[in-house]
Ligand binder design. Structure first.
Ligand SMILES: NC(=O)c1ccc[n+]([C@@H]2O[C@H](COP(=O)([O-])OP(=O)(O)OC[C@H]3O[C@@H](n4cnc5c(N)ncnc54)[C@H](O)[C@@H]3O)[C@@H](O)[C@H]2O)c1
Length: 337
């Protein structure tokens, strides 16, 4: 097959990562267009990415007959209608998570995918493509820890970017929908079962602005799964040491722990503070390789006529669990999913 010509929607924090990968690092793909509002971002597309086709209107971009696929990295509320418009225009779709911000939007995207079985639609649950997570999954499948019965998942954003999180907190849907979507997906993936009920709570000890906006700076949720297994999620916004992502899967015969210390690399720094490894600072740093691997997989799926492992059904499941968790947090009750 000829090279896949991809257009990107959104050139923010993550859009620029995907754009750079598509432009320079992925065999079989070429970045040919971008859609983004704002003169600065459009200038970035022309000057930094060398693109001639730069749009402010998504429908105009997907009407381009020379385009084969789109990567949607726009704000979450835009994903579903853009997925639908792209599929209806005959383009393959990679969309960032979350699938949508309401169940109605998610079902709209699901219907569009059902109308176009000939097209690939992949959702960006990139942690599944991270080497350590993929390795853990392989070990579990090979029986290394027996039957997995508990997943403990931690995701704390760096305090260094807390101002942005505060600004966004009134419209983000709350800490669980905003921060725990990957954990919802991973728990199900590792346990091989879906969440049946959830109890959740939140607290705010450092930045009252989160509560002023109806949010919390830290959230904890516990889940019971249909097969009897358990899950525990801890999300937050105030890690003073960097970006803390950690997952532990406990089974009848052992445990696998991913990033118990969120190390930057293998270097040990000896200084006035002692001997220590430094921590990763941000999601683009921690998951740089996973973002590349998932996009390579998207391009391979299109070229080989395969369906990817992460699609709208996974997005709908994670969003449903996210809503149930938010309801449990807001009401203080156990919520059936
Ligand atoms: N997989 C992950 O780990 C991960 C990490 C961060 C963000 N995300 C997701 O990626 C998406 C983008 O996040 P971000 O942090 O890059 O956001 P951002 O706010 O930094 O960037 C959003 C970009 O989209 C553009 N935009 C706004 N409306 C648009 C439209 N209608 N069409 C096209 N572009 C539009 C903005 O101008 C901006 O360039 C969000 O859905 C977010 O949840 C996923």
């Amino acid at each position: 097959m000829k090279e896949l010509r991809v257009g990107i929607a959104g050139l923010g924090r993550l859009g620029r990562v995907h754009a750079a990968n598509l432009a320079h690092k992925i065999p079989g793909a070429v970045l040919t267009a971008a859609c983004v509002p704002g003169a600065d971002s459009q200038a970035y597309a022309r000057q930094e990415l060398g693109l001639e086709k730069v749009y402010g209107d998504f429908r105009e971009m997907v009407a381009d007959p020379e385009l084969d696929a789109v990567a949607i990295v726009s704000p979450s509320g835009e994903h579903c209608w853009q997925i639908e418009a792209a599929l209806d225009a005959g383009k393959h779709v990679f969309s960032e998570k979350p699938l949508g911000v309401t169940m109605e939007q998610c079902l709209q995207a699901e219907a569009a995918v059902a109308r176009h079985p000939e097209l690939v639609c992949m959702l960006g649950f990139m942690r599944r493509y991270d080497k350590s997570y993929a390795y853990a999954k392989e070990k579990i499948a090979a029986g290394a820890i027996g039957t997995p019965y508990l997943v403990k998942s931690t995701g704390i954003d760096p305090e260094a970017v807390v101002e942005g999180a505060i600004r966004y907190s009134g419209t983000s849907g709350g800490i669980f929908l905003d921060s725990a979507i990957h954990d919802m997906d991973l728990m199900r993936w590792f346990l091989g079962s879906e969440a049946a009920e959830v109890y959740a709570m939140g607290c705010t000890f450092k930045h009252p602005a989160f509560q002023d906006a109806g949010d919390d700076e830290t959230g904890v949720a516990v889940y019971k799964f249909k097969n009897g297994a358990m899950g525990m999620v801890h999300v937050g916004r105030t890690a003073p040491y960097g970006y803390h992502i950690e997952t532990e899967i406990v089974g009848t015969e052992g445990t696998i722990r991913i990033s118990a210390v969120p190390e930057k690399n293998r270097a040990m720094v000896y200084d006035v503070n002692g001997a220590r490894t430094e921590c990763v600072e941000s999601f683009p740093e921690r998951f740089a390789e996973a973002y590349l691997t998932e996009m390579e997989e998207f391009v391979r799926c299109v070229r080989e006529g395969r369906k990817p492992d992460t699609g709208v059904a996974d997005g709908i499941y994670a969003t449903r669990v996210g809503y149930a968790t938010t309801e449990a947090w807001k009401t203080g009750k156990i919520v059936k999913i």
